[in-house]
Design a protein around this ligand. Structure first.
Ligand code: ATP
Length: 451
């Protein structure tokens, strides 16, 4: 098995197999913006679904919310984003490129041979200035001062401003959480590395409200929970680590932040952040909106809860999963590319293939199995071309199993199941396929690439 995965290989596979396309390509492209094709959509659905299941459906203490993208502009004043959600920006007067002052080490100068900005004698860098990452827009027909609004740069604020609604209507008591999935927008100075840093992304955030003296305990708890979620879905231990931020690195609201990092082809980088936001957000919104945002117990006890926040984007998970799963190997003198994805993350759970696409009987049996399975699972029917080619197409999109209808099926109503990773084939009765698949999906799974 190979672990020689580059971002280029991932980009090329994603495009070739229709996971992700560069956006607006027929107009020359729009840098660092992507459109998702069929398999990309299916995989994103799986990531979203697995997160929601772990964070909301399987718990008693977390509820969901779906807030607006464009909130009252004062939300972003209260949250500190208008004043402080900035990156330090540097321009080069020579090559006209723009860099993040805190990421010069990771940037390349526009001159050849490429060096870091500031390293060639011709580099003429400006002093750093603060650049706000929020996209501005105007609401209503008039472009006047009062109509300025922002596209949300995080989903969290939509949760804080609904704290009171949830507390009252969902009758919750700390510790409890509110979870949200939705698009966030950031005008990143240096987007790039495929989906890793994009200007619009789908965030999955959960704000967990706790009594202040329990904040540290819950902060540790959520680091463990989230790390275990990644392990459960197959990311290898050797590629995951937790890195605690130093005090100078933390955001303005944070009392403690840890990143779950993944060893991407660009090196160890933040996959997910877990922050102890203290009572910063509720206190700020209470002050700016003059609405009390606190918990009052039946015995009269009252306090502003602290908040623990696990925050991640579907994009960063998707890149980590594909990178972790990507493999190339030679089987019987032929090379194959295979995505060894966790079966519950793979876009297609099973392929149903008639061995001979021109055989009406095989096609009929295969179609009938497909129509039965598709009511519950993401499955694909394919009768085009040589069977080897069809298997390899499924390997490339990470389909864990293929059920093949062949001559023998017509005699005894059994099919073969081919395993994507081991390539082993076994025969099972057609009538048992549905149960077989349910069982297989519930089995513990470990990456065949090892730890
Ligand atoms: P970075 O330091 O990489 O810019 P950040 O610390 O600003 O990230 P947070 O504000 O903590 O990121 O956002 C929470 C999560 O949202 C990140 O862990 C990441 O998964 C995701 N995320 C943030 N910015 C982007 C982006 N531009 N593209 C894709 N995902 C993003």
């Amino acid at each position: 098995m190979s672990d020689d995965v580059t971002m280029d290989k991932i980009v090329s596979l994603s495009r070739r197999r229709g996971f992700v396309f560069p956006s607006s390509e027929i107009y020359g492209g729009m840098g660092s913006t992507f459109d998702y094709g069929h398999y990309g959509v299916l995989m994103k659905n799986n990531i979203r679904e697995r997160w929601f299941e772990a964070m909301v459906r399987n718990r008693d203490d977390i509820v969901a919310i779906d807030s607006a993208v464009i909130l009252h502009p004062r939300v972003w004043e209260a949250s500190g984003h208008v004043a402080g959600f900035t990156d330090p920006l540097i321009d080069c007067r020579t090559c006209k490129l723009r860099f993040r002052a805190d990421k010069l080490e990771d940037s390349s100068c526009g001159r050849k041979p490429s060096k870091h900005p500031g390293e060639t004698p011709e580099c003429d860098l400006t002093e750093p200035r603060r650049f706000n990452l929020m996209f501005e827009t105007t609401v209503g027909a008039l472009q006047e001062e009062g109509s300025r609004a922002y596209l949300r740069p995080e989903t969290a604020q939509g949760i804080f401003i609904n704290f009171k609604n949830v507390l009252q209507i969902a009758r919750r008591k700390p510790p409890f959480g509110i979870a949200q999935i939705g698009k966030s927008f950031r005008n990143e100075i240096t987007p790039g590395n495929f989906l890793f840093r994009v200007r619009e992304f789908e965030q999955m955030e959960m704000e967990f409200f706790v009594p202040p003296d329990e904040a540290e305990k819950w902060y540790r708890y959520w680091i463990d929970e989230r790390l275990n979620w990644y392990r459960r879905y197959g990311l290898r231990d050797s590629k995951l680590r937790v890195r605690e931020h130093g005090p100078d690195e933390r955001s303005h609201y944070s009392q403690g932040t840890s990143d779950i990092e993944y060893d991407y082809p660009i090196g160890w980088s933040e996959l997910e952040g877990i922050a102890n936001r203290g009572d910063f957000d509720l206190t700020q919104h209470a002050e700016h909106s003059t609405t009390k945002l606190e918990y009052v117990g039946q015995d009269g006890e009252r306090y502003v809860p602290y908040v623990i926040e696990p925050a991640v984007s579907i994009e960063r998970i998707m890149v980590a999963l594909i990178v972790d799963a990507y493999d190339e190997e030679v089987v019987g003198e032929r090379e194959r590319t295979v995505l060894r994805l966790h079966p519950k993350m793979a876009p297609v759970t099973a392929a149903i293939l008639p061995l001979i696409g021109k055989s009406d009987e095989m096609v009929a049996k295969a179609r009938s199995l497909y129509e039965d399975l598709r009511r519950r699972h993401s499955v694909e029917y394919d009768d085009g071309g040589a069977i080897g080619r069809r298997y390899r197409r499924q390997d490339e999109i990470g389909t864990p199993w293929a059920f093949t209808v062949d001559e023998q099926t017509l005699q005894d109503d059994t099919v073969t199941v081919r395993d994507r990773d081991s390539l082993a084939q076994e025969r099972i009765p057609i009538a048992g396929v549905r149960d077989w698949l349910e069982d297989a999906l519930e089995r513990d799974w470990k990456s065949p690439k090892g730890n």
